[in-house]
Write a protein that binds this ligand. Sequence first.
Ligand SMILES: *[C@@H]1O[C@H](CO)[C@@H](O)[C@H](O)[C@H]1NC(C)=O
Ligand SMILES: *[C@@H]1O[C@H](CO)[C@@H](O)[C@H](O)[C@H]1NC(C)=O
Ligand SMILES: *[C@@H]1O[C@H](CO)[C@@H](O)[C@H](O)[C@H]1NC(C)=O
Ligand SMILES: *[C@@H]1O[C@H](CO)[C@@H](O)[C@H](O)[C@H]1NC(C)=O
Ligand SMILES: *[C@@H]1O[C@H](CO)[C@@H](O)[C@H](O)[C@H]1NC(C)=O
Length: 248
Amino acid sequence: MLLQLHALTLTLAWIPTALAQWLQYPPSGTATMTHYTLPDNYIAACGCTADSTHYPTAAMSQAAFGSSIAYGPACGRCFNLTLLNTYTPTPPFFPTVASSVVVKVTDLCPGGGTGLCSATPGHPNSGEQYINFDLAWPSSSISPNFFPSNVSLYGYSDFGVWNVSYEIVSCVDDWAGGHNAAALGSINQTYGVCCPANPNSTDLCPSYSDDSNAQPPDTVTSSAISSFSGFSYTIVTLYLLVRGTLSL
Ligand SMILES: *[C@@H]1O[C@H](CO)[C@@H](O)[C@H](O)[C@H]1NC(C)=O
Ligand SMILES: *[C@@H]1O[C@H](CO)[C@@H](O)[C@H](O)[C@H]1NC(C)=O
Ligand SMILES: *[C@@H]1O[C@H](CO)[C@@H](O)[C@H](O)[C@H]1NC(C)=O
Ligand SMILES: *[C@@H]1O[C@H](CO)[C@@H](O)[C@H](O)[C@H]1NC(C)=O
Ligand SMILES: *[C@@H]1O[C@H](CO)[C@@H](O)[C@H](O)[C@H]1NC(C)=O
């Protein structure tokens, strides 16, 4: 009896800790933004279709993404991101024209360490923000000149980290791929994929790492022909390789 009670106490004590690792964030605010290389047609952590890569996509930092592997509540969500200013150079760079892009979250930016994706509730990243968006860029869908620069002043064009404003927007109305069925939803695979076309309170992915047995909403797109079996391990490995080459 005593043992059982003890076990119950331990269990109850663990639950809030497990849930507290995910971030509740407002529908609009500021964040950091970086960029990473995502191969064309790659199936990233959420299992969104290959065609999603033909439009602007981003990986979201782990605590905001809501899972440490495969899919989480952020999968499929669309955000309008606007560049505000840079971090690294002195003096900081404030672009004269505000560049914006509407992205769909298709990938996880792993936390841990001191990277910009390592913020947790109560502990912001090194840019003093709780969210990092890692934009898949270069991308056939985004201008190569998307990131403003002033090479004559700084001597280089890629600032690496930006302070941005973000706002949750409608994927259907505002995302460039919002009317292309092949770019919406997930690949046809029986496990480990969840990518709502336009997430809402009911069409929302659970956290795969909290409960891999929870049935996610069926987001399979009949337009997506290929299935994929390597899912998140491949992308996480690739991700870490790419990330390792960046000096953030
Ligand atoms: C670059 O910076 C210099 C020095 O502040 C400024 O004179 C010039 O107009 C800037 N060019 C661009 C394209 O912002
Ligand atoms: C990011 O932008 C916001 C809004 O303009 C500003 O309040 C904040 O100080 C900026 N953060 C940094 C580190 O530049
Ligand atoms: C994105 O934000 C920019 C800057 O606030 C704004 O001009 C643009 O209309 C927004 N786009 C959408 C689709 O909300
Ligand atoms: C959420 O989205 C699904 C799929 O598009 C739709 O069927 C459902 O009515 C929506 N629910 C709410 C509460 O908006
Ligand atoms: C997914 O694949 C299964 C098995 O191949 C097939 O029966 C099903 O119709 C497919 N679903 C869609 C939406 O294409």
